[in-house]
Ligand binder design. Structure first.
Ligand code: PAF
Length: 296
């Protein structure tokens, strides 16, 4: 349902949204809105917000009178060698940004609130997790699926918005919501990009000036690959050329550039593409792992 026509709670001139830290407080707030007949939108995040996140909030606002944003750097989706500790955190800055886009409530639980002692349940999604980042980051999607399931059950929104930049994650979430009968509509938000085309990401903050210049080769390579596929070049040849181009630009390693089915992420090719696909890539520049994807 499109809530644009509905009376909308008007954000005041940017007071920062209230922050709740417990599931009980989150549920109280949402219950009060529901009692007033208001629809609730939700944008889960790990904070370090940028324009891309704000566009998720804006999309949620088009669909609901109230919008909750969660900020939780979820430890279970990081492997021990990954950047959980270093992941950028700026709750005050995030709250100030969220005030500008009309977020009604921030849910910022601590790790103990989300994973109290004794927590022993993990949500695993098969199939769509068995390729791409599911191979490169083996425990990642179980962490994502578990925390997103919990967040959706804690908040109980009508609609939840996730970025298409994390395209495989979006398909994992669509799958688990369908399989577990969670009553929420999932919206995929288009990737927000810098003027030169680089997908906005909290991890772009790790790039030094030279790496930032090189990083733009990632979207350029995907666009070139899309053009080649549209021109009828075989998938396998296009994938190999894209990997070689990224390596030549200085990405090391290139985890993958693959053309996959847009929903089930099944392998397409090796010949010319005759159905819609998605080109997905992940590659590292120094310590920073970048991902991107586009439709073809
Ligand atoms: O995309 C993210 O920021 C995270 O993976 C999410 C969906 C908030 C779960 O921790």
């Amino acid at each position: 349902m499109d809530a644009r026509a509905l009376p909308r709670h008007k954000p005041a001139m940017a007071p920062t949204p209230p922050i709740v830290r417990t599931v009980a407080d989150l549920r109280d707030r949402v219950a009060a809105w529901r009692k007033a007949g208001e629809r609730v939108g939700f944008a889960p995040t790990m904070g370090a917000l940028h324009e891309g996140h704000l566009s998720l909030v804006q999309l949620a606002r088009q669909r609901a009178q109230r919008v909750v944003v969660s900020i939780f750097v979820n430890p279970t989706q990081f492997a021990p060698h990954e950047d959980f500790e270093a992941y950028p955190r700026d709750e005050a800055g995030d709250a100030a940004l969220l005030a500008q886009v009309g977020c009604d409530l921030i849910f910022a639980p601590g790790v103990e609130e989300m994973y109290p002692p004794g927590a022993a349940t993990t949500v695993t999604v098969a199939s769509v997790t068995e390729c791409l980042d599911g191979v490169a980051r083996p425990a990642h999607f179980a962490g994502v699926a578990t925390v997103v399931t919990k967040l959706l059950l804690q908040c109980g929104p009508d609609v939840a918005v996730f970025g298409q930049k994390d395209y495989q994650q979006l398909q994992v979430i669509r799958r688990l919501v369908a399989d577990l009968d969670i009553p929420v509509e999932i919206i995929g938000a288009p990737t927000a990009r810098a003027p030169d085309g680089l997908a906005l990401s909290s991890r772009n903050a790790y790039l030094n000036a030279a790496q930032r210049q090189t990083a733009v080769e990632l979207p350029r390579t995907l666009n070139e690959a899309a053009q080649a596929l549209r021109a009828g070049r075989p998938v396998a040849e296009v994938e190999a050329a894209a990997v070689a181009r990224l390596q030549a630009a200085g990405f090391d390693p290139v985890d993958y550039v693959e053309v996959r089915g847009p929903e089930d992420l099944s392998r397409l090719g090796p010949g010319p593409l005759d159905v819609p696909g998605r080109i997905l890539a992940a590659a590292r520049l120094g310590p920073t792992r970048l991902i991107d994807n586009i439709a073809v």
